[in-house]
Design a protein around this ligand. Structure first.
Ligand SMILES: CC(C)(COP(=O)(O)OP(=O)(O)OC[C@H]1O[C@@H](n2cnc3c(N)ncnc32)[C@H](O)[C@@H]1OP(=O)(O)O)[C@@H](O)C(=O)NCCC(=O)NCCS
Length: 199
Protein backbone atom coordinates (compact mmCIF):
# COMPACT_ATOMS: atom_id res chain seq x y z
CA UNK A 1 0.00 0.00 0.00
CA UNK A 2 1.36 3.44 -0.90
CA UNK A 3 2.34 5.71 1.95
CA UNK A 4 0.47 8.99 1.76
CA UNK A 5 2.00 11.80 3.74
CA UNK A 6 -0.22 14.71 4.65
CA UNK A 7 1.58 17.89 3.69
CA UNK A 8 1.39 21.47 4.81
CA UNK A 9 1.32 23.50 1.61
CA UNK A 10 3.12 26.44 3.23
CA UNK A 11 6.00 24.14 4.11
CA UNK A 12 5.93 22.10 0.92
CA UNK A 13 9.11 23.45 -0.57
CA UNK A 14 11.22 23.12 2.56
CA UNK A 15 9.69 19.90 3.82
CA UNK A 16 11.86 16.85 3.66
CA UNK A 17 9.88 13.74 2.83
CA UNK A 18 9.74 11.40 5.82
CA UNK A 19 8.48 7.97 4.88
CA UNK A 20 9.28 4.32 5.40
CA UNK A 21 12.36 3.25 3.51
CA UNK A 22 11.50 2.41 -0.09
CA UNK A 23 7.91 3.66 0.09
CA UNK A 24 6.89 6.09 -2.69
CA UNK A 25 5.92 9.65 -1.71
CA UNK A 26 2.51 10.82 -2.86
CA UNK A 27 1.23 14.32 -2.25
CA UNK A 28 -2.53 14.32 -2.29
CA UNK A 29 -5.07 17.10 -2.52
CA UNK A 30 -8.81 16.57 -2.30
CA UNK A 31 -10.66 16.70 -5.63
CA UNK A 32 -12.41 19.93 -6.64
CA UNK A 33 -15.91 20.43 -5.30
CA UNK A 34 -18.45 19.92 -8.08
CA UNK A 35 -21.19 22.53 -8.60
CA UNK A 36 -24.49 21.92 -6.89
CA UNK A 37 -27.77 23.80 -6.96
CA UNK A 38 -26.74 25.66 -3.84
CA UNK A 39 -25.67 29.24 -4.55
CA UNK A 40 -22.33 29.93 -2.87
CA UNK A 41 -22.38 32.20 0.16
CA UNK A 42 -19.51 34.55 0.96
CA UNK A 43 -18.35 34.58 4.56
CA UNK A 44 -15.26 35.62 6.45
CA UNK A 45 -12.61 32.91 6.31
CA UNK A 46 -12.79 30.83 9.49
CA UNK A 47 -9.98 28.90 11.12
CA UNK A 48 -11.58 25.66 9.99
CA UNK A 49 -11.40 26.79 6.34
CA UNK A 50 -7.61 27.21 6.28
CA UNK A 51 -6.72 23.76 4.94
CA UNK A 52 -9.41 23.89 2.23
CA UNK A 53 -8.27 27.38 1.24
CA UNK A 54 -4.63 26.24 1.04
CA UNK A 55 -5.71 23.28 -1.11
CA UNK A 56 -7.71 25.53 -3.44
CA UNK A 57 -4.76 27.91 -3.79
CA UNK A 58 -2.45 24.98 -4.49
CA UNK A 59 -4.78 23.67 -7.21
CA UNK A 60 -5.18 27.11 -8.78
CA UNK A 61 -1.54 28.26 -8.74
CA UNK A 62 0.71 25.29 -8.07
CA UNK A 63 3.98 25.50 -6.18
CA UNK A 64 5.33 28.20 -8.52
CA UNK A 65 3.34 30.78 -6.57
CA UNK A 66 5.79 30.53 -3.70
CA UNK A 67 8.47 32.15 -5.83
CA UNK A 68 6.37 35.23 -6.61
CA UNK A 69 7.17 38.68 -5.27
CA UNK A 70 3.75 38.93 -3.59
CA UNK A 71 4.58 35.82 -1.58
CA UNK A 72 7.44 37.73 0.05
CA UNK A 73 4.76 40.06 1.44
CA UNK A 74 2.78 37.15 2.87
CA UNK A 75 5.51 35.18 4.57
CA UNK A 76 6.21 36.55 8.05
CA UNK A 77 2.86 38.31 7.81
CA UNK A 78 -0.68 37.56 9.04
CA UNK A 79 -3.91 38.07 7.11
CA UNK A 80 -5.56 41.34 8.08
CA UNK A 81 -8.37 40.69 10.54
CA UNK A 82 -11.82 40.59 8.97
CA UNK A 83 -10.67 41.04 5.37
CA UNK A 84 -10.30 37.47 4.05
CA UNK A 85 -13.32 35.69 2.61
CA UNK A 86 -14.36 32.28 1.36
CA UNK A 87 -17.19 31.25 -0.94
CA UNK A 88 -18.97 28.23 0.50
CA UNK A 89 -21.21 25.85 -1.43
CA UNK A 90 -22.75 23.18 0.76
CA UNK A 91 -20.23 24.33 3.37
CA UNK A 92 -17.31 23.46 1.05
CA UNK A 93 -14.78 26.13 0.07
CA UNK A 94 -15.12 26.92 -3.66
CA UNK A 95 -13.54 30.37 -3.68
CA UNK A 96 -11.22 32.45 -1.55
CA UNK A 97 -9.55 35.81 -1.23
CA UNK A 98 -7.05 36.81 1.43
CA UNK A 99 -5.77 40.28 2.34
CA UNK A 100 -2.66 41.29 4.25
CA UNK A 101 -1.35 44.43 5.91
CA UNK A 102 1.51 46.12 4.05
CA UNK A 103 3.11 49.52 3.69
CA UNK A 104 3.86 51.27 0.43
CA UNK A 105 6.68 53.57 1.42
CA UNK A 106 5.30 55.11 4.62
CA UNK A 107 1.65 54.60 3.71
CA UNK A 108 -0.34 51.70 5.19
CA UNK A 109 -2.17 49.62 2.62
CA UNK A 110 -3.62 46.15 2.05
CA UNK A 111 -2.24 43.44 -0.24
CA UNK A 112 -4.98 41.38 -1.93
CA UNK A 113 -4.26 37.76 -2.82
CA UNK A 114 -4.16 34.93 -3.28
CA UNK A 115 -7.54 34.94 -4.95
CA UNK A 116 -9.01 31.85 -6.60
CA UNK A 117 -12.23 30.15 -7.58
CA UNK A 118 -12.46 26.41 -8.00
CA UNK A 119 -12.30 25.44 -11.65
CA UNK A 120 -15.80 24.00 -11.70
CA UNK A 121 -17.28 27.22 -10.28
CA UNK A 122 -15.68 29.78 -12.59
CA UNK A 123 -17.44 32.10 -15.07
CA UNK A 124 -20.44 32.63 -12.79
CA UNK A 125 -19.38 35.97 -11.34
CA UNK A 126 -18.13 34.43 -8.11
CA UNK A 127 -14.57 35.76 -8.50
CA UNK A 128 -15.86 39.30 -9.08
CA UNK A 129 -18.19 38.98 -6.08
CA UNK A 130 -15.27 37.92 -3.87
CA UNK A 131 -13.21 40.92 -4.97
CA UNK A 132 -16.10 43.32 -4.41
CA UNK A 133 -16.68 41.86 -0.93
CA UNK A 134 -12.98 42.09 -0.07
CA UNK A 135 -12.81 45.71 -1.26
CA UNK A 136 -15.97 46.69 0.64
CA UNK A 137 -14.62 45.14 3.83
CA UNK A 138 -11.28 46.93 3.49
CA UNK A 139 -13.05 50.22 2.86
CA UNK A 140 -15.39 49.73 5.83
CA UNK A 141 -12.36 48.99 8.01
CA UNK A 142 -10.92 52.37 7.04
CA UNK A 143 -8.13 51.26 4.73
CA UNK A 144 -7.16 53.62 1.92
CA UNK A 145 -5.41 51.46 -0.67
CA UNK A 146 -5.54 47.87 -1.91
CA UNK A 147 -2.56 46.69 -3.95
CA UNK A 148 -2.34 43.45 -5.91
CA UNK A 149 -0.42 41.70 -8.64
CA UNK A 150 -2.88 40.42 -11.21
CA UNK A 151 -4.41 40.61 -14.65
CA UNK A 152 -5.44 44.14 -15.54
CA UNK A 153 -8.25 43.01 -17.85
CA UNK A 154 -9.95 41.31 -14.91
CA UNK A 155 -9.23 43.86 -12.19
CA UNK A 156 -9.69 47.17 -14.01
CA UNK A 157 -13.42 46.56 -14.31
CA UNK A 158 -13.42 46.11 -10.52
CA UNK A 159 -11.95 49.56 -9.90
CA UNK A 160 -8.22 48.81 -9.93
CA UNK A 161 -5.73 50.75 -12.00
CA UNK A 162 -2.13 50.24 -13.09
CA UNK A 163 0.60 51.93 -11.10
CA UNK A 164 3.12 53.96 -13.07
CA UNK A 165 6.25 51.94 -13.67
CA UNK A 166 8.85 52.53 -10.95
CA UNK A 167 6.48 54.20 -8.51
CA UNK A 168 6.33 51.21 -6.19
CA UNK A 169 8.93 48.50 -5.69
CA UNK A 170 7.97 44.98 -4.74
CA UNK A 171 10.36 42.68 -2.85
CA UNK A 172 11.08 40.64 -5.98
CA UNK A 173 10.55 40.73 -9.72
CA UNK A 174 7.01 41.41 -10.99
CA UNK A 175 5.67 42.51 -14.34
CA UNK A 176 4.91 46.18 -13.71
CA UNK A 177 1.79 45.97 -15.93
CA UNK A 178 0.34 43.53 -13.38
CA UNK A 179 0.96 45.71 -10.33
CA UNK A 180 -2.36 47.42 -9.69
CA UNK A 181 -3.99 49.36 -6.92
CA UNK A 182 -7.37 50.74 -5.95
CA UNK A 183 -7.94 53.86 -3.87
CA UNK A 184 -10.68 53.26 -1.31
CA UNK A 185 -10.86 56.94 -0.40
CA UNK A 186 -10.61 59.94 -2.69
CA UNK A 187 -6.96 60.86 -3.18
CA UNK A 188 -5.67 57.91 -1.15
CA UNK A 189 -2.96 57.09 -3.68
CA UNK A 190 -1.86 60.71 -4.21
CA UNK A 191 1.86 60.99 -3.57
CA UNK A 192 2.16 57.36 -2.50
CA UNK A 193 5.31 55.64 -3.70
CA UNK A 194 8.21 53.56 -2.52
CA UNK A 195 9.16 50.14 -1.38
CA UNK A 196 6.34 47.73 -0.53
CA UNK A 197 6.93 45.88 2.73
CA UNK A 198 5.16 43.68 5.25
CA UNK A 199 3.19 45.26 8.07
C1 LIG B 1 -9.39 34.58 -11.77
C2 LIG B 1 -10.54 33.75 -11.19
C3 LIG B 1 -10.53 33.87 -9.67
C4 LIG B 1 -11.85 34.29 -11.74
O1 LIG B 1 -12.92 33.57 -11.12
P1 LIG B 1 -14.38 33.59 -11.77
O2 LIG B 1 -15.32 33.16 -10.71
O3 LIG B 1 -14.38 32.84 -13.04
O4 LIG B 1 -14.56 35.14 -12.07
P2 LIG B 1 -15.84 35.85 -12.72
O5 LIG B 1 -16.87 34.83 -13.06
O6 LIG B 1 -16.23 36.98 -11.85
O7 LIG B 1 -15.22 36.48 -14.01
C5 LIG B 1 -14.84 35.63 -15.04
C6 LIG B 1 -14.29 36.44 -16.15
O8 LIG B 1 -13.00 36.90 -15.82
C7 LIG B 1 -12.13 36.68 -16.92
N1 LIG B 1 -10.89 36.20 -16.41
C8 LIG B 1 -10.69 35.17 -15.60
N2 LIG B 1 -9.38 35.01 -15.36
C9 LIG B 1 -8.75 35.99 -16.04
C10 LIG B 1 -7.41 36.34 -16.19
N3 LIG B 1 -6.42 35.69 -15.60
N4 LIG B 1 -7.15 37.40 -16.97
C11 LIG B 1 -8.12 38.08 -17.58
N5 LIG B 1 -9.41 37.79 -17.47
C12 LIG B 1 -9.72 36.75 -16.70
C13 LIG B 1 -12.71 35.63 -17.79
O9 LIG B 1 -12.61 36.02 -19.12
C14 LIG B 1 -14.14 35.54 -17.36
O10 LIG B 1 -15.00 36.02 -18.33
P3 LIG B 1 -16.09 35.01 -18.93
O11 LIG B 1 -16.79 34.40 -17.73
O12 LIG B 1 -16.97 35.88 -19.75
O13 LIG B 1 -15.30 33.99 -19.68
C15 LIG B 1 -10.41 32.27 -11.60
O14 LIG B 1 -10.30 32.20 -13.01
C16 LIG B 1 -9.19 31.58 -10.99
O15 LIG B 1 -9.24 31.11 -9.85
N6 LIG B 1 -8.11 31.53 -11.73
C17 LIG B 1 -6.88 30.86 -11.25
C18 LIG B 1 -6.22 31.68 -10.17
C19 LIG B 1 -5.98 33.11 -10.60
O16 LIG B 1 -5.53 33.37 -11.71
N7 LIG B 1 -6.29 34.02 -9.67
C20 LIG B 1 -6.11 35.44 -9.90
C21 LIG B 1 -4.72 35.81 -9.63
S1 LIG B 1 -4.56 37.54 -9.54
Amino acid sequence: MAYVRPICIRCAIDAQPVRPYGAPLMITSPPPVQPTDAAPVLVLERGQDAVAVDNLIERAFGPGRLAKAAERLREHNHPARGLSFVALADDKVVGCVRQWPIHIGETPAVLLGPFAVDDAWRHRGLGSDLIRRACDAAQEAGHGIILLVGDDTFFIKLGFEPIARGRVTLPGPADSRRVLWRALKAGATDGVEGRVRVG
